[in-house]
Design a protein around this ligand. Structure first.
Ligand SMILES: Cc1cc2nc3c(=O)[nH]c(=O)nc-3n(C[C@H](O)[C@H](O)[C@H](O)COP(=O)(O)OP(=O)(O)OC[C@H]3O[C@@H](n4cnc5c(N)ncnc54)[C@H](O)[C@@H]3O)c2cc1C
Length: 417
């Protein structure tokens, strides 16, 4: 079998690429392979499903009819197990068929949009029942089934997914212990004022944060009853939400001749890999970012959508540079939290923060060589479009940064360009 365009991944990046290609190439054959059993659904909305805000059917973003109309062939439950770049061929295991038959498909152009899977939690007793991660619809269904029995929860991790777990448990008034390896929540990005604003909000919601602690062992029989940490301390809980990083299976790609960086498959600014005609997009891509002038990977929905679109353009022959200031926004435990651009304090990065703790407002700016690179904000969402524009246009903030520590300083009134 041969398709002009083959896409590995049925997430937002892969499906957007397929549909974009179809807009530009009305007759080229397109096949999408996904190992999941579902058509495209919103991972972003999984927490809303668990909070009872939406039903399961509202998670889905496409129907079989949509793919029929756009003449995109979608193969569910197909796990791609090999890629031969020289022969332009992929091999997949058909998990629908008896004995999981292997099959091959040839391509002219290939897109890798395979995202990542939750890393294994390297803790003794991690096979007990009652431990959950939250990445797929299957995870969400398993959590939903178990939640009514949950009496006390433990959340392990300091990520946005950990925040989602906190809210899901908190809404059900389940007491929570939060166990976090780092010195504070988002401690790479927040200073002590930001950390304290987060912590006092946690405490208001009955969450007791434990920092610089790491789960070493899950306690219980078949079912979870608690955890023991490195301190050592024990915390009780019959449900554990784990919010740790993604494993992108980079060794698999490296062994097949892909250039990979620390966080993904390397591409240029057109999202094309070193191998001509082979592209990568979404969470898996470590792309050349023309705004930040370096390779980086970004893990968020809008980035995956936009990269899918740009990869689709380039695969269909419309050469287009990928350009976007990434942002990740969530509303959580009554806070609106936004991470914008590059938000890691480090060598050569100047940070300035401003806060109004009684009103739960906080903003930290990240500046390099006089140019705004990023901002992390709590309840300051209105600044997002302004800062985003400054980052994209590499605007010098040298002359105005002296005002940044003042919470009443209105960025909207500043003329910098
Ligand atoms: C619970 C949750 C909440 C989130 N909330 C937000 C939010 O509020 N805001 C935000 O911006 N982002 C959020 N994100 C992140 C966002 O959902 C991801 O960045 C985005 O979905 C990445 O899309 P993708 O298409 O690159 O990868 P994915 O969505 O991971 O899709 C990858 C696809 O590849 C397939 N695949 C992988 N390997 C193979 C293989 N070998 N063979 C066949 N198929 C394969 C998978 O089955 C899947 O279909 C959230 C994520 C989660 C899990």
């Amino acid at each position: 079998m041969e398709y002009k365009y083959v896409i590995i991944g049925g997430g937002i990046a892969g499906i957007t690429a397929a549909e974009t290609i179809r807009e530009l190439d009305s007759s080229g054959t397109i096949a999408v392979f996904t190992k999941e059993a579902h058509l495209l659904y919103s991972r972003v909305l999984l927490p809303s499903f668990l909070k009872g805000v939406i039903r399961k059917d509202q998670l889905f973003l496409r129907t079989f009819g949509d793919f029929e109309k756009s003449q995109i062939t979608i193969f569910l439950k197909r796990n791609v197990i090999d890629i031969d770049i020289k022969q332009k061929k992929i091999t997949f295991q058909d998990n629908e068929s008896l004995f999981h038959k292997k099959n091959t498909v040839f391509y002219e152009k290939l897109l890798i949009a395979s995202g990542g899977e939750v890393e294994e939690w390297p803790v003794a007793g991690n096979d007990k029942k009652g431990i959950f991660c939250l990445q797929t619809i299957g995870d969400a269904e398993a959590i939903a089934k178990y939640l009514p029995q949950a009496k006390k929860a433990i959340v392990a991790g300091g990520s946005f997914i950990a925040l989602e777990f906190l809210e899901i448990f908190s809404l059900r008034r389940i007491p929570i212990s939060l166990i976090c390896k780092s010195a504070g929540f988002f401690s790479n990005s927040f200073d002590s004022i930001g950390g304290e604003i987060m912590d006092s909000n946690f405490r208001r919601h009955g969450i007791e944060p434990r920092y610089k602690e790491e789960v070493r062992e899950v306690l219980g029989g078949n079912w979870v009853s608690g955890t023991r940490t490195n301190r050592p301390a024990e915390y009780q809980g019959n449900i554990i939400g784990v919010g740790i990083g993604l494993n992108k299976n980079l060794d698999f790609f490296k062994e097949r001749g892909f250039l990979t960086g620390e966080e993904g498959i390397r591409t240029n600014e057109y999202l094309e890999t070193e191998n001509k005609g082979v592209f990568a997009a979404g969470d898996i891509a470590e792309f050349y970012d023309v705004i930040f002038e370096k390779h980086r990977a970004v893990g968020n929905w809008t980035n995956a959508f936009l990269q899918g679109e740009i990869a689709g353009f380039n695969m269909a022959g419309r050469k287009t540079v990928f350009r976007n200031v990434p942002s990740y926004s969530i509303t959580n435990l009554g806070f609106q939290i936004t991470a914008l651009g590059e938000i890691e304090a480090g060598e050569g990065v100047e940070t300035i923060s401003r806060a109004n703790p009684p009103f739960h407002k906080y903003e930290r700016f990240f500046i390099k060589d006089g140019v705004m690179k990023g901002a992390f904000m709590i309840n300051m969402f209105f600044d997002k479009p302004i800062i985003s524009r400054w980052i994209e246009n590499k605007v010098s903030v040298e002359k105005i940064k002296g005002n940044f520590a003042d919470i009443s300083f209105n960025l909207a009134e500043v003329v910098v360009e």
